[in-house]
Design a protein around this ligand. Structure first.
Ligand SMILES: [Mg+2]
Length: 120
């Protein structure tokens, strides 16, 4: 069975692009907000989350904190735009070791995701 990846980003272009890249190998779910991501995680089995940091209302860091109560064992990749290194440092302090800078190249995304699944 295909692994399922939840992509969370407030930018619809990013969601569409990331889905296009990942869909060949994975089952991809999309969420436009942290709230929507948390709802999805309550009723769907998800194997990995790609989580944008910069989102209105609930940012990726807060979403990650709240995820711990629902799905703490799922690996998370934070997605961050260049120039927002402070976000990455905050994410690492929260216990996330994976992050990808946007815009990422398709091959880079596929490689990083595959490497993370191989660890399991
Ligand atoms: Mg964003």
């Amino acid at each position: 069975m295909k692994k399922r990846i939840l992509v969370v980003d407030d930018d619809n272009m990013n969601l569409a692009r990331t889905k296009t890249i990942l869909s060949k190998e994975y089952d991809v779910l999309l969420a436009e907000s942290g709230i929507q991501a948390l709802e999805t995680l309550k009723y769907m089995k998800v194997d990995m989350v790609l989580l944008d940091i910069d989102m209105p209302e609930m940012d990726g860091l807060e979403t990650f904190e709240r995820m711990k109560g629902i799905a703490s064992e799922i690996p998370v990749f934070f997605l961050t735009a260049s120039g927002l290194e402070e976000d990455v440092i905050s994410a690492i302090k929260l216990g996330a070791v994976n992050y990808l800078k946007k815009p990422f190249r398709p091959q880079e995304l596929l490689k990083r995701v595959a490497q993370e699944f191989e660890k399991q």
